[in-house]
Ligand binder design. Sequence first.
Ligand code: NAG
Ligand code: NAG
Ligand code: NAG
Ligand code: NAG
Ligand code: NAG
Ligand code: NAG
Ligand code: NAG
Length: 406
Amino acid sequence: MASFLFSAITSSHVILIILLLCSSFLTNSLAAKHGYSSTHRHHHRPHNSSPFPNPKLHQAYIALQAWKKVIYSDPNNFTTNWVGPSVCNYRGIYCAPPPYDHKIQVVSGIDLNNADIAGFLPDELGLLSDLALIHLNSNRFCGIVPQTLSNLTLLYELDLSNNRFVGPFPNVVLSLPMLNYLDIRFNEFEGPLPPELFNKKLDAIFVNNNRFTSMIPQNFGSNNSASVLVIANNKFGGCLPPSVANLANSIEELLLINTSISGCLPPEVGYLYKLRVLDVSLNKLVGPIPYSVAGLAHLELLNLEHNMMSGIVPEGVCLLPNLSNFTFSYNFFCEEEGICNNLTSKGIAYDDRWNCFPEKPFQRSNKVCEPVLEHPVECFEQHCSNGGSEGFAAAPMLSPSIAPAY
Ligand SMILES: *[C@@H]1O[C@H](CO)[C@@H](O)[C@H](O)[C@H]1NC(C)=O
Ligand SMILES: *[C@@H]1O[C@H](CO)[C@@H](O)[C@H](O)[C@H]1NC(C)=O
Ligand SMILES: *[C@@H]1O[C@H](CO)[C@@H](O)[C@H](O)[C@H]1NC(C)=O
Ligand SMILES: *[C@@H]1O[C@H](CO)[C@@H](O)[C@H](O)[C@H]1NC(C)=O
Ligand SMILES: *[C@@H]1O[C@H](CO)[C@@H](O)[C@H](O)[C@H]1NC(C)=O
Ligand SMILES: *[C@@H]1O[C@H](CO)[C@@H](O)[C@H](O)[C@H]1NC(C)=O
Ligand SMILES: *[C@@H]1O[C@H](CO)[C@@H](O)[C@H](O)[C@H]1NC(C)=O
């Protein structure tokens, strides 16, 4: 599962390359660097002697100098050359013509990935109103995400992953009309995810490995366009709502690993006909695999491990044409139907250990399995508690003494 959590989106690299090309043109066209501090206080000088080719670059200068002031550690010297008016030559800063004027250069990209910088994001970043992408992956930025980012109406990609941002979900991102790629994983954001997040036209949403709590929104939003949704390793609790079906027209990878979700998997997951990856491992799911899953023709990876699911592993799932990895260990399944019994013969990587299959090795003991088999879970009786990670009331047979030992 880790490879999906860390998988990069290639489109971002394409955009970066475009920006890099643009910025090299700019570098060639810009006048040579000259001392800035000696000239910039002379407000009476004629306009055309300003060290900045246009007012936008002047604003960018103000923003980047304000930023440099609240950078407290820069061990790789990324910001050392952030001096003087040639902001397009600053390390990690990329310029390109904005969509509204092809004759000027503005700051359109920031790429400080892996810089290991410690500091804050100042309000002045709102002055960089032409930014199309911000990549701050793997730094030590902390504090909150400034509200002034709402000024970045062209922002297409925002990657704040692997930093130390805190506070509630940065609602400011919901106001960005062009945003397509949102990656805020591996931070310390907390509280609920706003339901509006699932109504935005985003292609990829990564919010995994934060401290988000409370329910997955009851309404996933019919406007959702995400092909990748990773909300793993947060403490959501509650159930996966039937409205997950609203993701059907877009979702290809849905990763809900370790999110404290309980209840049965709703049959509506079978409506997500574009799914290639479904990973709900490390949760508290009960009940059977919905038969509808057998309709997910593109499914390649299905991971159900470490839940409390039971019943039959349906042959329809094992017959899925592109399934290459089916992991359902550490549950309470009791029968592998048909070919599910011999996935090796289909070339499918699988793990069926620690279930209740009578004839297979590495299974739970009869003593553990029998009470579960005697009380099959009736999903239609399940009422989903919206109360966070509270234990699931309708799974009485799973007293702590027989709960799976991880
Ligand atoms: C199958 O998927 C599981 C869980 O995602 C992973 O741990 C395992 O390495 C995969 N196996 C193969 C052969 O890819
Ligand atoms: C950064 O600059 C300082 C001071 O010039 C120098 O001592 C240090 O080695 C530089 N670090 C790197 C990674 O280049
Ligand atoms: C928003 O951007 C405009 C320039 O495009 C600038 O004049 C204004 O000050 C910015 N607002 C904030 C809050 O940064
Ligand atoms: C869906 O998008 C349309 C147009 O973009 C908008 O008018 C509508 O309010 C959105 N629906 C929701 C539930 O946000
Ligand atoms: C599950 O998520 C919690 C945070 O909600 C984290 O502390 C824990 O390490 C995660 N468990 C695994 C196995 O990744
Ligand atoms: C199955 O995978 C192959 C090869 O990756 C691909 O060409 C084909 O379209 C896939 N079929 C489905 C139903 O996803
Ligand atoms: C699984 O299928 C393979 C090839 O189809 C066969 O050789 C093997 O004996 C089967 N294993 C079991 C346990 O049925």
